[in-house]
Design a protein around this ligand. Structure first.
Ligand SMILES: *Cc1c(COP(=O)(O)O)cnc(C)c1O
Length: 489
């Protein structure tokens, strides 16, 4: 497998002749100020179109994707994205709509945004949503800015935010970024918020708590109403990290549980592509008291149709350019319209069923972090394999690559040693789940019989073991055409 970069493959003067005929006069640059001109041409690779296509197709085939195979990456909800939503998002009426188009000529898109917002509010039992944030983490940031704005508006200088120790790493980071002091709340034996510990952390300075339910261990916080009461009585607000709402959608509404602010990940629960497949979206919903602080613009309906509302005196401002990831909201809209309320209920039912099926069958050889039923995901610990056989969670994960599966999330949450966090999602067949179970059982046998097979895995991937610490700490993804470092980057 060639590891050459596109720069190394290029040959001076090579090009796709029907784009730039050889011998065409160079462009006239005389109108441009000298300071704006390069001293020498940029070091761009020169290839034929066919070579470019092969290069990038080759790279894409080294990637794993949910369109290639099973991707049980806990907390990330890597499920199938409905192709109908993709098709509709590609309609030129949507795809080519200019963001500065006057409201009057964008009624279709504005209606999609308005109705998406209404549907999310309905599903969550909240007053209103903003579709602006472009990711879950940005949704969290928006939500915590709303909490800050609420307290500031009341002349209250509260600075403490409580975050459970099992929380997604973005939660404490978000609270800190929004200017709060983070205090960690330990989990109980059962893996849920320890109420006594929580009561001890509560003070007059409490701005709020950030909670995930089901939490990152895949366990439902059954004391959620009591948690909300404790925080509300102290004058704080309750934030819901609803990235993994696929465990509950159609069954429970965070607004009814007592949450004040919620973010959802459309690219998880609502079947829209993640990251490389397109931008994400982390819409934020609020109870009525927080509505005045929502970012602008919001879409409203008036006598002249739908329009962007910009004039909101207490708004925290903008979170994104224009109206956010509109085409992602459109995909989520199609997804919700396709499934309806009953279909969305089936989504959470099937997601939880698939996770429990895997958990039951894998718990025969791997230790689950907690006994009993899980929600949409669960965590196994490979601590026993490590202590008895010298095989770590990392080795198991790498060996899975050889067997044709994306590894689960590893070493998270931090509260579980040698953690493997598995989320099958509702879009996988029983045959796929069984094949994954077979692979995990085979790996456990290999751990006992030939552990080095696991230590050296993966054997059949484009790259083997990386130095993970160096890769994280001295990330260098830039290729330089010459020692001066000038040119393409
Ligand atoms: C994925 C996830 C996030 C962050 O979402 P991004 O879109 O990746 O920023 C936050 N919290 C939880 C629980 C998540 O699973």
């Amino acid at each position: 497998m060639s590891a050459k970069t596109i720069f190394e493959k290029g040959r001076a003067g090579r090009c796709t002749t029907y784009v730039t005929p050889p011998g065409a006069p160079p462009p006239d640059l005389s109108q441009l100020p000298a300071a704006a001109l390069r001293a020498k041409p940029p070091a761009l690779p020169e290839l034929t179109e066919g070579e470019v296509v092969r290069h990038y197709t080759g790279l894409s085939r080294k990637n794993w994707a949910v369109d290639v195979g099973f991707y049980p990456l806990g907390s990330c909800t890597m499920k199938h994205n409905a192709r109908l939503a993709e098709q509709i998002a590609a309609w030129p009426e949507f795809f080519a709509a200019h963001p500065l188009r006057p409201d009057g000529s964008a009624q279709g898109l504005l209606r999609v945004m308005y109705e998406t917002e209404r549907m999310l509010s309905h599903l969550c039992g909240l007053a209103r949503f903003t579709l602006q944030p472009a990711a879950g983490a940005q949704g969290e940031h928006c939500g915590m800015l709303l909490v800050a704005a609420y307290h500031a508006d009341r002349g209250d200088r509260r600075k403490t935010v409580i975050v459970p120790d099992s929380a997604h790493g973005t939660n404490p980071a978000t609270a800190a970024l929004a200017g709060f002091k983070v205090r960690t709340c330990p989990s109980s034996e059962e893996g849920i918020v320890d109420l006594d510990a929580l009561r001890k952390l509560v003070s007059d300075d409490l701005a709020g708590i950030m909670l995930t339910n089901p939490n990152t261990l895949g366990i439902f916080e059954r004391d959620i109403q009591e948690i909300c009461r404790i925080v509300h009585d102290a004058g704080g607000l309750v934030y819901y990290d609803g990235a993994n709402f696929n465990a509950l959608v159609g069954r429970f509404r965070p607004g009814d549980m007592g949450f004040d602010v919620v973010h959802l990940n459309l690219h998880k629960t609502f079947g829209t592509p993640h990251g490389g497949g397109g931008p994400g979206a982390g819409p934020v919903g609020v109870v009525e008291t927080l509505e005045p602080y929502l970012p602008v613009p919001l879409v409203t309906e008036g006598p002249e149709g739908f329009r962007f509302e910009e004039d909101r005196p207490k708004t925290i401002g903008r979170m994104n350019a224009f109206a956010g990831s509109v085409l992602i909201a459109l995909r989520a809209y199609v997804y919700m319209r396709l499934l309806g309320t009953a279909g969305l209920r089936d989504v959470s039912g099937s997601a939880v069923l698939a996770a429990n099926y895997l958990k039951e069958r894998l718990s025969t050889v791997y230790q689950p972090s907690h006994p009993g039923r899980c929600m949409h995901e669960f965590v196994l610990s490979a601590e026993r394999q490590k202590d008895e056989l010298g095989v770590r969670a990392l080795d198991i994960a790498k060996r899975l690559i050889d067997l044709g599966f994306h590894p689960p999330t590893m070493y998270f949450p931090l509260t579980v040693p040698e953690a493997l966090m598995i989320e099958p999602t509702e879009t996988e067949s029983i045959e796929t789940l069984d094949a994954f179970i077979d692979a995990m059982l085979q790996i456990e046998r290999e751990a006992r019989e030939s552990p080095d097979l696991l230590h050296d895995a993966p054997h059949h991937a484009p790259v083997g073991r990386l130095d993970e610490v160096a890769a994280a700490k001295s990330l260098d993804v830039r290729w330089r055409p010459d020692s001066t470092g000038e040119g393409a980057g």
